[in-house]
Write a protein that binds this ligand. Structure first.
Ligand SMILES: Cc1ncc(COP(=O)(O)O)c(C=O)c1O
Length: 393
């Protein structure tokens, strides 16, 4: 069997530019998790010392995470990831509250959009708030939709496809004034942008571990003290009855370690990635009939989303894969679906442009050499596909 280093080297021969979809687990995270798997494998609900050790691991992790995110430990509830946290937040509020109206932005992750659609089918009033052509929420229009029947607003901190960063603080202030609860999906922003939940004034927030070199299948829901939600999962009453099920202690420890490690040099690393991002944007702008999707400056430091007129996104991904470059078109979660991404549709992108979209998302392992190689390959691949295309450029 290969060891971790050997496996990592082999994988690095590929240029992985899909870090918004998921990231490679950090070796130090894996070591911590392995220790817990092998040594502290007790059930945190058990009264014996193995159980108590597991409980201690979990509570230390909760404290660490709370400190980094500016929350109180009791405001952190562990879940199986971003999708569950988003479901738990939206359903947990809407099912409990007498007020019937939910407002979500039109560019949310499917775990919010589909949940909102489900609730609409069940009789709730749902409004999808529009964004402008750069993918930034139209606050004035959002505000006009808030009425005495509005229970919850959910707007993501940053978008997973086009990287646009939303004016969350402003929306939170508006929600506080109007006495409406506010949830934000901070899955893509965590560990990239400084998050201080206390100062952000959110009622609820969702986090997922695998977006920042932590394990898959673990995340958390922040619920501000005093905000009441109904549990999504019933059972043994773990997590103060908000989320039943035996706690994933190795995953939770891994989540905390990953957050701690990324926080250690977050600013420096994000500056580095931003430079690589800008180099990519500058280089791709030189391709004729290409355009950057999303905001030029209010965007995640690791996100590049481009459209190439007359190119089929899936073909682009396949040819780039042959060149060793891993990227995505539209949202990674739904890239098998030929439908145009709802995010690109929401920013008003023409179908022909939306079909030719490419997302490159940087991570801590990407080097300038890889970016140079990518910038060499993409124009060649785009040209090749355009020659085969029936669309006139
Ligand atoms: C913005 C956003 N929210 C939620 C999720 C879902 O997270 P998870 O994969 O942990 O369920 C993702 C993952 O793609 C995401 O990018």
């Amino acid at each position: 069997m290969q060891n971790y280093e050997e496996r990592k080297c082999m994988q690095l021969k590929k240029i992985y530019l899909d870090n918004a979809a998921t990231t490679q687990v950090d070796e130090r995270v894996l070591e911590e998790m392995q220790r817990v798997f092998l040594e502290n494998y007790g059930n945190a609900s058990s009264l014996h010392s193995f159980g108590q050790n597991a409980l201690e691991e979990m509570e230390k992790s909760r404290e660490k995470i709370a400190r980094i995110l500016g929350a109180k430990p009791k405001e952190i509830y562990f879940t199986s990831g971003g999708t569950e946290s988003n479901n738990a937040a939206i359903k947990g509020i809407m099912n409990l509250n007498e007020k019937n109206k939910l407002i979500v932005s039109s560019i949310e992750h499917p775990s919010i959009i589909k949940t909102a659609e489900y609730l609409k089918e069940k009789g709730k009033k749902v409004f999808f708030a529009q964004v402008n052509e750069k993918g930034i929420i139209k606050i004035d229009e959002l505000e006009k939709q808030i009425d005495s029947n509005t229970s919850l607003i959910s707007v993501m901190h940053s978008n997973n496809e086009i990287g646009s960063i939303q004016p969350i603080k402003e929306i939170a202030e508006m929600c506080e004034t109007k006495k409406v609860l506010f949830h934000s999906d901070i899955v893509q922003s965590t560990a990239k942008i400084k998050i201080d939940l206390n100062k952000l004034n959110l009622n609820l927030a969702s986090v997922s571990g695998h977006k920042f070199y932590g394990p898959k299948g673990v995340g958390l829901l922040f619920v501000k003290e005093g905000t009441k939600i109904e549990p999504l999962i019933h059972g043994g009453g773990q997590e103060k009855k908000i989320r039943s099920g035996t706690e994933n202690i190795p995953g939770i420890v891994g989540l905390a370690k990953a957050l701690e490690l990324t926080e250690e040099n977050r600013e420096q690393e994000m500056n580095r990635q931003e430079k690589l991002r800008d180099k990519l944007i500058k280089g791709l702008n030189e391709i004729k009939k290409s355009k950057l999707n999303g905001h030029e400056t209010k965007r995640l430091a690791n996100n590049v989303n481009f459209s190439f007129f007359g190119v089929e996104g899936e073909a682009l991904i396949t040819l780039l894969d042959f060149e060793g470059i891993q990227a995505s078109t539209g949202s990674a979660c739904s890239s098998k679906n030929l439908k145009i991404s709802h995010v690109l549709e929401a920013i008003g992108l023409d179908h022909i442009w939306a079909h030719g979209s490419l997302r490159l998302s940087l991570g801590k392992n990407n080097t300038e050499k890889e970016i140079d190689y990518t910038l060499e390959k993409i124009p060649l691949v785009v040209e090749k596909l355009r020659k085969m295309s029936s669309v006139k450029i």
